[in-house]
Design a protein around this ligand. Structure first.
Ligand code: SF4
Length: 410
C-alpha cells in the first residue's frame, strides 16, 4: 500500500502536469467518426470554452500567410472553431498583421468562409499599439498590437512549422511576433541577435572583412565598408563555421550560441507580455501540426512538407502544448527526401531535433519553451490525452453513414 507522503507526491506531480489534447491525422477506420474532423470537434468540447462569457470579444490569433503561402491552417478548422465560440455567446474575430489580413482572401480566408470578421492586429496602418516597457539586451520598449490587447479572450491558433531563427514556430511565436506591430517584430525582436558582440571591428581590416563575406556559402555575412560594419544574418546561418576557418589567425569573428538564444529568450518575454493582458482562464492554445514546412508562413510560397503530418493539439497551457508538439515532431523525424536541396549542412543526428538538423545545432526549438517555463508561462510537463486514437476507433462500430449516390441535401 502506498504511504500518504507518496500519494501526496504523486498528486502534486499530477497537479504540475498540464493536459494537452491531441487528435492524430491517422485513423483506425475509414469512416468520418474516426477521422480528424470528428477528433477536432471532440477537442473543441474538451478544451472547455465555458469560461468565455456572453459578449466577450474573442481574438483568434492566426498566421494567415502571405502571397502564395496557402499551407496555413485550413479554413475548415477556423470555421468550426468560430461556430464553437459563437455557442458560448462570445464574439469571435480572426486577427493577424495588416498585410496578411488584406490579402487573406487569396488563401481562402474571408468573413464569409471563417464565419467572423478578420481584423488587422494593430489597426489598418499597424499603428494602433500599446507601448510596454522591457529591459532586454538594449531594448527598452515594445509596441503591443492594440486589437489583440483589447480582446477579452485569446485563442492562440497556430500553424506548427519550422523557422530559420528559433527553429520552430508554434503558439509561442504566433503571439510573440504576431502580437506586436511590425517595427517591434522586425527591428527589435529579430534585431536582438546582434546585441551580444560577435565581431571585433578593430581586429578586422576592410580587406579581411571582404574575405569573411566571401567565405560564407550561405551569403549571410554583410559588410558595409563606409561604416566598417559587419553583420551576420543569423536566420540563414547554419553554423558551418567556414567563416571561422577564414578568420583563423585574425580572430575577429565568433559564431556563438548566445546570439541565437537572444531571439528565443525575447520570444518568450514578448509572448508573456501578450498573455499577461488576458485572464488566465480565457487563454486557449492550438497547434495545427499539418503541412509541416521548413520555413514560416510569412515566406509566402508553397514548400515541401519536411515532417509527416501529425494532427491537432490543444491546451490551456502555452508551454505544455509547445513542448508536446515539439516532442511529437521529434518522434516523427524528418522526411529526408523532402529536405530542400538548398539547405546545406543538414545533420541527421538522432540527438538533434528535426529543426536543429535542418537549421543547425544552435537553433534548438526547445530553448524558447525553457525560457517560457522559467518566466512562469506554464509547465513543460504534460499529459497527452489522445482523442479517438486509431487503436480505439479500430475497435469501434462505425455508425451507419449515408453516401451521396445522387444529388441530395440531407
Ligand atoms: S557559420 Fe557558416 S553560414 Fe554561418 S556565417 Fe559563418 S560561414 Fe556563414
Amino acid at each position: 500500500m502506498l504511504k500518504k507522503e507518496n500519494i501526496d507526491l504523486i498528486l502534486s506531480v499530477k497537479k504540475m502536469t498540464s493536459k494537452v489534447y491531441f487528435g492524430s491525422l491517422q485513423h483506425g477506420k475509414p469512416n468520418r467518426f474516426a477521422s480528424l474532423g470528428a477528433k477536432y470537434e471532440k477537442i473543441l468540447e474538451l478544451i472547455d470554452f465555458s469560461t468565455i462569457e456572453k459578449k466577450d470579444k474573442v481574438a483568434i490569433k492566426m498566421h494567415l500567410g502571405f502571397n502564395d503561402g496557402y499551407q496555413t491552417v485550413p479554413v475548415f478548422f477556423v470555421r468550426k472553431l468560430v461556430q464553437a465560440i459563437k455557442k458560448t455567446g462570445g464574439v469571435p474575430f480572426v486577427t493577424d498583421n495588416p498585410t496578411a489580413v488584406y490579402n487573406a482572401v487569396n488563401r481562402g480566408y474571408t468573413e464569409e468562409t471563417c464565419g467572423c470578421p478578420i481584423i488587422p492586429v494593430a489597426g489598418i496602418k499597424d499603428g494602433y499599439t500599446y507601448t510596454k516597457k522591457v529591459d532586454f539586451k538594449g531594448v527598452k520598449s515594445v509596441d503591443l498590437a492594440g486589437v489583440l490587447h483589447d480582446a477579452d479572450v485569446l485563442i492562440n491558433f497556430a500553424h506548427a512549422k519550422g523557422h530559420g531563427l528559433p527553429g520552430f514556430g508554434g503558439v509561442i511565436k504566433n503571439i510573440a511576433l504576431g502580437g506586436f506591430a511590425a517595427k517591434t517584430r522586425w527591428n527589435k525582436i529579430h534585431g536582438v541577435v546582434h546585441y551580444d558582440k560577435y565581431w571585433d571591428a578593430d581586429k578586422c581590416t576592410p580587406e579581411h572583412a571582404k574575405k569573411l563575406v566571401e567565405s560564407c556559402p550561405e551569403k549571410c555575412i554583410n559588410y558595409k565598408e563606409d561604416k566598417h560594419e559587419l553583420k551576420v544574418g543569423f536566420y540563414n546561418c547554419n553554423q558551418c563555421m567556414k567563416c571561422i576557418e577564414a578568420d583563423e589567425g585574425v580572430g575577429s569573428l565568433e559564431i556563438k550560441q548566445e546570439n541565437c538564444d537572444a531571439f528565443q529568450e525575447f520570444q518568450a518575454i514578448a509572448a508573456k507580455l501578450v498573455l499577461d493582458t488576458f485572464d488566465k482562464k480565457k487563454i486557449f492554445n492550438f497547434n495545427v501540426a499539418l503541412q509541416i514546412t521548413a520555413f514560416c508562413d510569412c515566406m509566402g510560397m508553397p514548400q515541401p512538407i519536411v515532417v509527416n503530418e501529425i494532427g491537432i493539439l490543444a491546451s490551456k497551457d502555452t508551454v505544455a502544448i509547445e513542448q508536446a508538439t515539439l516532442d511529437l515532431i521529434k518522434k516523427e523525424g524528418l522526411l529526408e527526401s523532402s529536405i530542400p536541396p538548398f539547405l546545406n549542412n543538414v545533420q541527421i543526428k538522432p540527438e538533434l531535433h528535426p529543426f536543429q538538423q535542418l537549421f543547425g545545432h544552435f537553433k534548438d526549438p526547445y530553448k524558447t519553451v525553457q525560457y517560457a517555463e522559467k518566466l512562469g508561462m506554464g509547465t513543460s510537463k504534460y499529459e497527452l490525452v489522445e482523442v479517438l486514437s486509431p487503436e480505439e476507433t479500430a475497435k469501434m462500430e462505425p455508425p451507419k453513414e449515408r453516401y451521396e449516390s445522387e444529388p441530395t441535401f440531407f
